[in-house]
Write a protein that binds this ligand. Structure first.
Ligand SMILES: *Cc1c(COP(=O)(O)O)cnc(C)c1O
Length: 361
């Protein structure tokens, strides 16, 4: 069977070039006569690789040395616990911005550790789902940090502004947003992302944090969630997910070869523009999110004739277009078009959508 176009929200499609390299390397990585999965994480070859991976991520996101990069386990949800455990201190309270399912899940977890302030920033503007602009967020003064999620993977709603909150500690769940567009890391204190959306296979989670956050915690917390310990052991306090780390490294190299984040951002914007245009110009498909808050990674839409949805998914699959079903909590259709989704995949989806509309509507 030929390769499908995979619109899965995560674990998501990976660049074909990366998979080919991984295949070539599989039995004999780095001339070691063994795969990268079968050697010690303490070997000089593996350590050398991790240094290169970190360095390439620094290049891609322009991360200065005052920020530490941790490669951890436990996924983004693991960070929902690690963040309050590591960062609550003086006030023992944090502001949680709620814009969708994942930012809500983060606040629910944090409530085990403190009385989080919930700031709902969802609103309706001209009948469309919107997010209140950052300048109108009613942040509290006496909090240890602010948590928000710039791209809500399930709803396909995004906050495109960068947070500029002076001296506040800003924490971002970047799981489906990281590496999709340039950012100024100085606007954040900590960002984190599970790998399986826009980085690599599941199993590894990236935490980028300012070094001043390393020494905050005075709590008893699990060592493997403790940023200070993870940093001290260079993310090898326990055995890391070596294959995921390696594969993330291949993805970073692939991105650099593509011209870096500015170039991929151009392609990402084009893919999203074409797809939203096709939706907006159709009578069958519609998206109910305000243009300024539309995600460029997760494009969600519905069919005005809801009965056609099942058939849409079935026919899409027949055409090699996989995993377009929206998340069960909101239904509808979702096309996740992360960095690794080629422009041709989006064009093929659009063509399919137009034909489907013509044929059945
Ligand atoms: C997928 C996702 C998560 C959950 O990630 P896990 O690695 O499964 O814990 C959290 N936040 C966002 C924004 C996501 O897209």
């Amino acid at each position: 069977m030929s390769r499908i176009y995979n619109f899965s929200a995560g674990p998501a499609t990976l660049p074909e070039e990366v998979l080919s390299i991984a295949k070539k390397d599989l039995k004999n990585w780095n001339k070691m006569g063994a795969s990268v999965m079968e050697i010690s994480h303490r070997s000089k070859e593996f350590i050398c690789m991790t240094e290169e991976v970190e360095n390439n991520l620094r290049i891609l996101l322009n991360i200065p040395m005052s920020y530490k990069i941790l490669f951890v386990q436990g996924g983004a949800r693991g960070q929902f616990s690690a963040i309050p455990l590591n960062l609550l201190k003086n006030y023992n309270i944090a502001d949680y911005i709620c814009s969708g399912y994942w930012s809500n899940s983060a606040v629910i977890e944090s409530k085990k550790y403190c009385n989080s302030n919930i700031l709902n920033v969802r609103t309706i503007e001209n009948g469309k789902k919107s997010i209140i602009p950052m300048s109108h967020w009613c942040l509290n003064d006496k909090v240890d940090y602010i948590h928000y999620c710039p791209n809500e993977t399930i709803e396909g709603i995004a906050i495109h502004e960068e947070p500029k909150f002076d001296s506040k500690i800003v924490v971002g769940d970047f799981s489906s947003f990281i590496l999709s567009q340039p950012i100024n890391i100085n606007n954040y204190s900590l960002i984190y992302a599970g790998a399986q959306k826009n980085i690599g296979p599941s199993g590894i989670t990236i935490v980028i944090l300012h070094e001043k956050l390393l020494n905050i915690s005075n709590r008893i917390l699990p060592s493997f969630l403790n940023y200070q310990i993870l940093n001290k052991y260079k993310s090898m306090f326990n055995t890391p997910p070596t294959f995921s780390w390696y594969l993330a490294g291949l993805v970073f190299k692939w991105l650099i070869d593509k011209g870096g984040i500015n170039e991929i951002y151009k392609i990402n914007r084009l893919k999203a523009k074409l797809l939203y245009e096709a939706i907006d110009n159709s009578n069958l498909y519609f998206n109910n999110i305000n243009i300024k808050n539309r995600s460029i990674m997760n494009v969600t839409f519905n069919l005005s004739k809801i009965k056609l949805e099942k058939l849409f998914l079935k026919e899409a699959l027949k055409n090699g277009l996989y995993a377009l079903k929206g998340h069960s909590i909101i239904g509808g259709i979702r096309a996740s078009i992360y960095n690794a989704m080629p422009l041709d995949g989006v064009k093929k989806l659009i063509k399919f959508m137009l034909n489907f509309e013509k044929k059945y509507f």
